[in-house]
Design a binder for this molecule. Structure first.
Ligand code: TRP
Length: 348
């Protein structure tokens, strides 16, 4: 056996099942919830799968965005994905809007989606219930159908997503089944690969709530691109519990449990080993050490991201290659779909 790094073509060999996932670039920086809860698993999936990972920029448009900020975030998102270990030689890393087949397949799927079925999807339902139906765009209404198209174009075996995306996966499977039944078997049913619950990272100040851009306060969230000093300070002032023992107990001690999860995820040390190491020590010692671990982790990540951001032409090139790989697969699927529904393609 050769020990050379596989070429992109080898890595894309048929032996590896495909996985696909997407992420929106709606913030200037990813936070620990994004990274430890989901993106870190994307990096690991590269070992055994053939991954398609994309930036869901069209999905970002379903709510109002400032064009300049969106553009900047797009580059930051791409740079961070690469800096955290998404390797463009092993994964097709691309941008949704660079592959027009996503919107093209969306239309066909919209035509087999019931109006009521789409209206029941929680994102749209919640927003229109809260702010009135006219506050939600038709784009937001169609959001899950675009997501179904994102997935089905690549016929992935697994779709690694968080628990909150389960409903979208269900719709995707329903639409795939309906299409297969109405026309001809075209889409294998993708399975959700729900990311491990140990990846659930909570708010540092409110440790029973998920760490999230929209719900957490600035001090509750560790931003990957923040000044490392700032993140260290947030860790040191994280809310802990009253038992003064470094012990994992999700319910009784949510604060220290969250910090143990972070410590374990960043160092690869088992939680049980950490508990042993800190037996008899206080929260202060533990938090001080974790602050250092965090600084050691974010510093090179941030440097690498900034380095990548300094060469946008290089980033553009990486994404262009990713889109080419994606289009090869996506255009074949779309052509089959057009045939099956009875659209006649133009002759050349
Ligand atoms: N809706 C997903 C999220 O908010 C992002 C997404 C868009 C996605 N298209 C996808 C995830 C396709 C998996 C597969 O997290």
């Amino acid at each position: 056996m050769s020990h050379q790094t596989p070429t992109a073509a080898q890595a894309a060999g048929p032996a590896r099942p495909r996985v696909l996932s997407g992420i929106q670039a709606t913030a200037d920086s990813f936070h620990f919830g994004n990274y430890l809860g989901a993106l870190r698993q994307w990096v690991d999936l590269q070992e055994d799968y053939q991954p398609f990972f994309f930036i869901a920029d069209l999905h970002a448009l379903t709510v109002p965005q400032d064009p300049k900020a969106l553009r900047e975030r797009f580059y930051r998102c791409a740079a961070q994905l690469i800096a955290m270990g998404i390797d463009p030689d092993r994964s097709a890393l691309f941008v949704q809007s660079h592959v027009p087949e996503h919107t093209q397949l969306t239309w066909v799927l919209e035509c087999i989606t019931g109006f009521g079925e789409a209206r029941r999807m929680t994102q749209f339902k919640d927003k229109s219930a809260k702010e009135g139906e006219s506050a939600a765009s038709v784009g937001l209404f169609a959001y899950p159908i675009l997501q179904a198209a994102d997935i089905l174009l690549y016929r992935p075996k697994y779709v690694p997503v968080g628990e909150d995306q389960r409903q979208h996966l269900e719709l995707t499977r329903d639409l795939a089944q309906r299409f297969n039944h109405r026309y001809k078997k075209t889409f294998p049913l993708p399975e959700p690969y729900i990311l491990k619950s140990t990846g659930r990272i909570t708010d540092l100040q409110n440790p029973t709530a998920k760490m999230s851009k929209t719900n957490s306060s600035a001090s509750g969230i560790v931003e990957m691109l923040d000044e490392p000093k700032v993140s260290a300070k947030k860790i040191r002032s994280a809310v802990t519990d009253s038992q003064a023992q470094v012990r994992y107990d999700d319910e009784g001690q949510p604060g220290i449990s969250n910090l143990l999860t972070i410590y374990s995820a960043l160092t690869g040390t088992k939680v049980a080993d950490l508990e042993q190491q800190y037996a008899g020590k206080g929260y202060g010692d533990f938090k001080g050490d974790l602050a250092e671990v965090v600084v050691d982790f974010v510093t090179p990540f941030r440097d690498r991201t900034n380095e990548l951001l300094d060469d946008r032409a290089e980033l553009d090139g990486v994404l262009r290659r990713g889109a080419e790989q994606a289009r090869e697969v996506a255009s074949r699927t779309l052509a089959e779909v057009y045939d099956r529904v009875g659209l006649v393609r133009p002759t050349l």
